[in-house]
Design a binder for this molecule. Structure first.
Ligand SMILES: [Zn+2]
Length: 546
């Protein structure tokens, strides 16, 4: 089979992948290390983690000090393991180690296709810190080019409970454009001039709202997106979340637009994976990607199921390699019961999301109709979000062999007219944890909320959203439980048993944390990040630990 690799590129990869090269200080940057990963192959170097508090998330929840990684998989996990002489020893000095986190439903592909130099801000909690992060970013951005933060950012995350103003953003010597998941957009003077030249209305304080919002995003997409900028955004997005410990993303699609659109959640769903596939070919993916296909055929379309029927005929579910793999249909199946029937007949997985009790009740009713004709058990169908979800619905879904994905909380606010502000906005984590139904963690971040897992975990553990409001009542979980949901519990949702726990034979994905997330005070828990992220035995992020 033909290969694009020239001999000198292969040589460079072998050199960079060699243990000795890693010790060379010039190669310690996470980016360069990520670029050195051999394409579609296991890590070249044997690694052994020693002196860790390694939370394996195995069935016994063992915590062990050592793990040996060979050929991209865990070769031994425990105590006093025998270490090959050539293995690279990483002494983590008592730090907490967890399996690589799995976000089992987000919109990372949208984030990886953002126009401009997309700069996530999910780890900062004040406007001065946001400005500092944007200024730091500007050192990599050529003059005149846009620094953007589009989607997973919100006024609620900042102590000031607002987005930065034009005057504040003017401290960044580049055009800046911030569009929040909830609450409009902001730009600075350079950005304002660029947008106004394209007919976009910008208020004196840099605010962009109403129809101007779509016009602004459309202009940015039309003029700034190229295959190369998309590839950069895709890499930067995966790299950013690797710093927060995510090693596997399951992407749940976008609203389809053939042409550039002003909608935050819109992309061309037939080409938006291209930048990720390009990174895969180059061997530079810093995380794994699982791809689901979102379909929205109208139940009354004629001929029926115009896009879904083609997908089911012409694509392969669960096809790919360990880095990128396709999945099923979701997070919309479209096509009503007829669509579900077609998906079940084809033996594919299906997922829809629910936003309220009426919605989830209807979804379950439709599935029961199909299940009576074609048993769904074994297809691992999913319903996600489920803010309102009483016990009897859990029983009915479980009876069909279905599972639920939960999370999606840090930006949820109690409506000002809520009849009972102390009630849980859901989902009912505690009830689900005590139930035998399959459950896993998802952020659903990228366009309507944040992806940062620690913000999500913090809400699930404390019950509080980012503004400090109590939104979960008595439905909170322990830290161990929430970490389990985002690791071992998500095996079922990926249909991959060899991810999500640190056990012999599994893919070697792990995260050395900067703090003990199991014991730090609540306020510090949400600030957790990775010092070292390993995917398939490759070091994809190293924050000075080596
Ligand atoms: Zn979603």
């Amino acid at each position: 089979m033909a290969t694009n690799d020239s001999p000198d590129r292969l040589l460079r990869r072998q050199f960079l992948g060699h243990a000795g090269a890693l010790a060379f200080s010039g190669l310690s940057s996470a980016k360069l290390l990520a670029q050195s990963r051999p394409a579609n192959a296991a890590g070249a170097t044997d690694l052994v983690i020693v002196n860790g508090r390694i939370h394996t998330m195995d069935p016994g929840n063992r915590v062990v000090p050592q793990a040996l990684i060979q050929n991209g998989r865990f070769a031994a996990v425990g105590n006093n393991i025998s270490v090959p002489r050539n293995a690279r020893r990483i002494d983590v000095k008592g730090r907490t180690v967890i399996p690589g986190l799995i976000d089992a439903h987000n919109h990372i592909v949208l984030v990886g296709n953002r126009p401009g130099w997309h700069t996530p801000l999910e780890h900062v909690f004040t406007i001065p810190d946001a400005i500092a992060a944007l200024k730091a970013r500007s050192t990599e951005v050529p003059p005149g080019e846009f620094i953007t933060t589009i989607g997973p950012v919100s006024a609620m995350q900042f102590m000031e409970r607002r987005l930065p103003s034009l005057a504040e953003l003017d401290a960044v010597n580049r055009p800046v454009y911030i569009q929040a998941a909830q609450g409009g957009a902001r730009t600075n003077s350079q950005g304002k001039a660029w947008l106004e030249a394209r007919g976009v209305t910008v208020a004196a304080d840099g605010a962009i709202a109403g129809p101007a919002l779509a016009a602004a995003l459309l202009a940015l997409r039309k003029e700034l997106l190229t295959p190369d900028t998309r590839k950069r955004s895709a890499h930067d997005a995966l790299q950013y979340y690797a710093k927060l410990g995510i090693t596997t993303h399951r992407d749940c699609g976008a609203f389809h637009s053939d042409l550039p659109s002003g909608g935050l959640a819109n992309e061309n769903t037939y080409t938006m994976h291209d930048p990720f596939l390009a990174l895969q070919r180059e061997g530079t993916l810093p995380a794994r990607l699982r791809i689901d296909f979102l379909h929205q055929d109208s139940p009354t379309a004629n001929p029926p199921l115009p896009t879904l029927s083609q997908r089911l005929k012409n694509s392969f579910p669960f096809f790919g390699d360990e880095w990128i793999k396709t999945g099923g249909i979701g997070e919309f199946t479209g096509g009503g019961v007829e669509g579900l029937r077609a998906i079940a007949k084809a033996g594919w997985r299906a997922e829809d999301h629910a936003l309220n009790l009426a919605g989830v009740t209807n979804l379950i009713k439709d599935r029961e109709t199909v299940n009576a004709e074609i048993p769904l058990s074994g297809l691992r169908w999913i319903i996600s979000h489920i803010p309102e979800f009483p016990l009897d619905l859990a029983n009915r879904m479980d009876a069909m062999g279905m599972g639920v994905l939960v999370g999606w909380g840090p930006l949820r606010a109690i409506p000002s007219n809520a009849p009972n502000p102390s009630a849980s906005l859901g989902p009912p984590y505690r009830m689900l944890m005590n139930h035998r139904i399959k459950k896993g963690y998802h952020s659903d971040g990228g366009d309507i909320t944040v992806i940062n897992p620690w913000l999500n975990f913090s809400t699930i553990v404390t019950g509080r959203n980012l503004a400090g409001q109590q939104i979960l009542g008595d439905q909170t979980l322990t830290r161990q439980e929430v970490l389990w949901l985002a690791t071992a519990a998500n095996k079922w949702f990926l249909r991959e048993d060899d991810l999500g726990s640190i056990e012999t034979g599994n893919h070697a994905d792990l995260v050395v944390l900067d703090r003990d997330c199991f014991t730090v005070p609540e306020e510090d828990f949400k600030r957790t990040r990775s010092l070292l992220t390993v995917v398939a035995g490759n070091i994809v992020h190293n924050d000075g630990i080596l």
